[in-house]
Write a protein that binds this ligand. Structure first.
Ligand code: F6R
Length: 266
């Protein structure tokens, strides 16, 4: 794992945006794995700035969201379809037809999940997957004890996740109880993973992900088995990392050729 500790959320956003912009410039038709929630918003804003300045063209890129709520209409402002449209598709001027979100309203949920997996595969797989992390260690909505082999499926949100996400809804009771999420196995198929976290509320989850045992109790810890992971955190989110000074030393002294790049598509 490459651990990058930066002074503040702005620096985290610029770093993440640089990784994605570099990919899209080299592979204009790249497949981007999109997270929702607050963690990646700075990255999207940075990318939008590059697009408006005419320095980046995302019109040929494809996107796949990690997850979607079940039980709220697609046009609800907090559906992930709405959030992805407002925070990613429109500001990055992506082609809406190329940006996909799991269908949380499908009559046949297992079929919708299988179709989502097939769509990712048919697009050639995700080149870079952006990830946030829940305070309980979830990635996507793979809550603690999710199978490491899981694929896109319906999950019940953990009480802590519903409480954390209540800030996006008028009433905590309005937070959906279920979601569709890419599985841990789906996420692990991406060529490169970019996990971003800001703030002290994520410090424990980041420490468990990076330095803890690999365990389904901390779903993010499966990333230790991926060959191309970059964890980008601000000082507050890094505050529980035991080897933080080592990671800083490694990053500051890393020759350019040793930096993780997006591995070529196979
Ligand atoms: C969202 C997602 C979740 C969030 C996580 C952190 O698509 O997959 O894993 O990344 O819940 O949420 P924020 O960024 O709001 O703290």
């Amino acid at each position: 794992m490459e651990i990058v500790i930066l002074p503040d959320p702005g620096a985290v956003a610029r770093f993440g945006a640089a990784v994605l912009a570099d990919l899209v410039r080299r592979e204009p038709g790249a497949v981007l794995g999109l997270a929702t929630g607050s963690s990646p918003l700075g990255i999207y804003a940075e990318l939008a700035g590059l697009v408006s300045a005419g320095e980046l063209d995302c019109t040929r890129a494809t996107g796949f969201a990690l997850d979607e709520y079940v039980g709220i209409p697609e046009d609800h402002p907090q559906s992930y379809a709405s959030v992805i449209r407002a925070e990613v598709v429109e500001p990055l001027r992506m082609d809406p037809a190329r940006v996909h979100v799991p269908d949380g309203r499908a009559a046949d949920i297992p079929a919708a999940c299988a179709a989502y997996e097939a769509a990712i595969r048919n697009a050639g797989g995700v080149a870079v997957q952006i990830l946030g992390i829940g305070a309980n260690g979830h990635i996507g909505f793979n809550e603690p004890t999710s199978s490491f082999a899981s694929r896109t499926r319906i999950k019940t949100l953990a009480p802590r996740t519903r409480a954390d996400n209540a800030r996006f809804f008028d009433d905590p009771e309005d937070v959906p109880t279920h979601c569709l999420t890419q599985g841990l196995g789906t996420i692990m198929d991406a060529r490169r993973l970019l996990l971003v976290a800001q703030g002290g509320g994520k410090a424990e989850a980041i420490a468990a992900t990076v330095e803890g045992p690999v365990t389904a109790m901390a779903p993010g810890s499966i990333l230790q088995h991926h060959p191309a992971v970059t964890v980008v955190v601000d000082e507050a989110a890094a505050s529980k990392l035991r080897l933080a000074d080592y990671y800083r030393h490694v990053f500051e002294n890393k020759p350019e050729w040793q930096r993780i790049a997006v591995p070529p598509a196979s």
